[in-house]
Design a binder for this molecule. Structure first.
Ligand SMILES: [Zn+2]
Ligand SMILES: [Zn+2]
Length: 346
């Protein structure tokens, strides 16, 4: 008992001394120097620091977000860096993950709902400032030209300010202007060992809405964008290692809509009920897993993000062990020459 009291007192004194030390400018300056040195190293690692296929969750949420960023996935190989969608909050996560945006090759859009395109310009600005040597190309289905032209026009003055302030050598004006490329279903890009294939999803009334499959040296990942499960999903996941799919918890969304209706919030109740017909339910994804040979299914674009372990359990009700819920900053490593998928949690 006496020993415990002495230990507790010692702990209190140590914490007190520690707090007092943190108030000293010399100690603050030393910590500042160390902290900024660590910060400065973020995002500078070359892509080739690993030979594996890597997939990062820079946005796991839907508009029903609960503190997580909206849709964004990064796919990285030793030679490539692509982003799929850039919803609100995603650029911050890209920075927190330390991804080397100066080496960003392109941004692929699945469709043009706001939760997938909100930070196109933030991604552009961030990678331009980091030294991306060429203009950023935004890939997407029909309509991508309208989106990109709009972003370029909205931020024309911002680009002028940035170049005016930092100089054209550091921020060449032409590199800040986005380019666009309209894609069609099928192989959209072959670059060395990487093949990217687009497929048509089902997200009515949005047409077209596409998803993408990445194949790299025998490893593969499919990213759905917003979609129900349909025949195309079954085809595209054939032989795939990892599927990141838009997922909706029917029990939760139904309960939410019902509760809103009972509380007199009829508008909100209808809107929440409407989303049930154009996102894949967890049940439909479990069925897909049974019909296909995909190795791992990771739910993202969560409708809604489950804030408690109870709601996580409800979301994954009936799901087998190779299913999981993503969260921001989670990432997957798919080693070349192996069937392993390493899941790294933040
Ligand atoms: Zn959508
Ligand atoms: Zn969405």
């Amino acid at each position: 008992m006496k020993k415990a009291v002495i230990l507790l007192l010692s702990l209190v004194i140590i914490i007190g001394v520690g707090r007092a030390l943190l108030k000293l400018p010399a100690v603050q300056d030393t910590l500042l120097e160390r902290g900024t040195a660590l910060l400065a190293k973020r995002g500078t690692a070359p892509l080739s620091e690993s030979e594996n296929l890597r997939v990062y969750v820079c946005g796991s949420a839907s508009p029903l977000g609960m503190g997580q960023a909206q849709a964004c996935i990064a796919v990285i190989t030793p030679e490539h860096f692509y982003l799929i969608d850039s919803g609100a909050g995603s650029t911050d996560n890209i920075s927190r993950l330390g991804l080397p945006t100066s080496q960003l090759d392109g941004l692929l859009l699945t469709h043009f709902h706001s939760d997938h395109i909100a930070e196109i310009y933030e991604v552009n600005l961030n990678s331009w400032v980091q030294g991306r040597p060429q203009p950023l190309t935004i890939y997407g289905p029909q309509g991508v030209d309208e989106v990109v032209n709009g972003v370029n026009a909205s931020y024309r003055q911002d680009r002028i300010y940035r170049t005016g302030h930092h100089g054209a050598d550091l921020l060449p004006p032409a590199v800040g202007v986005l380019e666009h490329k309209t894609i069609s279903p099928g192989v959209i890009l072959e670059d060395g060992d990487l093949t990217i294939t687009a497929y048509v999803g089902e997200h009515p009334p949005i047409e077209p809405a596409v998803g993408y499959r990445f194949d790299y040296r025998g490893r593969s990942v499919v990213i759905s964008g917003d979609s129900n499960v349909n025949g195309n999903t079954l085809k595209i996941v054939d032989g795939a290692d990892l599927l990141l799919h838009d997922a909706l918890s029917l029990p939760t969304v139904s309960a939410l809509s019902k509760a809103m209706g009972a509380a007199g919030q009829s508008r909100q109740s209808k809107i929440v009920a409407d989303v049930m017909d154009y996102h894949a339910s967890a049940e439909s994804l479990i069925e897909l897993g049974e019909k296909s040979d995909v190795d791992m299914v990771a739910f993202y674009h969560l409708v809604p993000v489950p804030p408690t372990s109870l709601l996580k359990d409800v979301f994954l009700r009936g799901a087998p062990d190779n299913f999981l819920l993503t969260e921001d900053l989670m990432w997957f490593e798919l080693p070349i020459g192996s069937n392993d998928i390493v899941v790294n949690r933040p």
